[in-house]
Design a binder for this molecule. Structure first.
Ligand code: CTP
Ligand code: MG
Length: 254
């Protein structure tokens, strides 16, 4: 049985939460790590449940933690918990498999974006409802981005007279060298929730699981237009230890 949150809602939110959190350092699955005393997953689910369009939430938990996650989330919201898979896309597929066919809009939202405001969930859902088949929240890229390649450093200054200088010692080292500078005005950082008409996401998954770091990547490859809505700084992904510090500082406004 799929637990139902709000009978009038038309949106299912799939929450992949089965990752190990390796980049966060030692300490167990990332979704269960604490932020101000509560697991990231609790922060995330509380905010999803506060979005009025959400009819049901399906969490893909680490296989060994399914029962524990059910108990953890029971006081927070009516949530269905399934076992996730080895890759993020497998976790998404496992969650998608239990969404009842009558739910027309499916959002996929990382547990690691624990402070995502309900308003962003509503804005992605509204864009899909308005007829857009696939919608992603994005932010402008703030850093200058360079394309690099591994190359053997040839010391241009290493003429016969410079052969025993410091620069000459670098000659022949394998280093990253800049191939070009990418025009960042056309680049966007992509967040979740990513929203889809249900059949669009289901077709992309049915077509096979390529290696993609987001769901829109699969849908793009299927030739479906993916459009953007403004993202939120609060939807930052907690990936590295510094992100936990930043998230804790954001909590009073999130
Ligand atoms: N995820 C998942 N199943 C996996 C891998 C990832 O459900 N097999 C989820 C994570 O729990 C997270 C989201 O996908 O909520 C985004 O992944 P990421 O930030 O990479 O989290 P982890 O894979 O846990 O972290 P890391 O890559 O550092 O191990
Ligand atoms: Mg990962």
């Amino acid at each position: 049985m799929t637990a139902q949150l709000n009978a009038r809602g038309d949106v299912a939110v799939l929450v992949p939460a089965a990752g190990a959190g390796l980049r966060l350092g030692p300490g167990g699955p990332k979704a269960l790590r604490l932020l101000a005393g509560e697991p990231l997953l609790v922060h995330a689910v509380r905010r999803i449940a506060a979005a009025p369009s959400v009819r049901l939430i399906v969490v893909a938990a680490p296989a060994a933690e399914v029962e524990a996650v059910r108990d953890l989330l029971a006081p927070i919201a009516a949530v269905t918990v399934v076992a996730g898979g080895a890759e993020r896309q497998h976790s998404v597929a496992a969650a998608l498999a239990v969404v009842p066919p009558e739910v027309g809009i499916v959002l996929v939202h990382d547990a690691a974006r624990a402070l995502t405001p309900p308003e962003l969930i509503e804005s992605v859902a509204a864009a899909v409802r308005s007829g857009r088949p696939a919608v992603i929240p994005v932010l402008p890229v703030v850093d200058t981005i360079k394309e690099v390649a591994l190359d053997v450093l040839v010391d241009a200054a290493a003429g016969p007279e410079a052969a025993d200088g410091v620069a000459g010692q670098l000659d022949g080292a394998r280093v990253e060298v800049v191939v070009g500078t990418i025009d960042r005005s056309v680049l966007r950082s992509v967040q979740t929730p990513q929203g889809f008409r249900r059949e669009v996401l289901a077709a992309a998954h049915a077509a096979g699981l390529g290696a993609h770091t987001d769901d829109a990547g699969m849908v793009e490859r299927a030739g479906v237009p993916v459009s953007c809505v403004p993202g939120s700084e609060l939807a930052m992904k907690i990936t590295r230890p510094l992100d936990l510090v930043i998230a804790e500082a954001l909590l009073p406004v999130a």
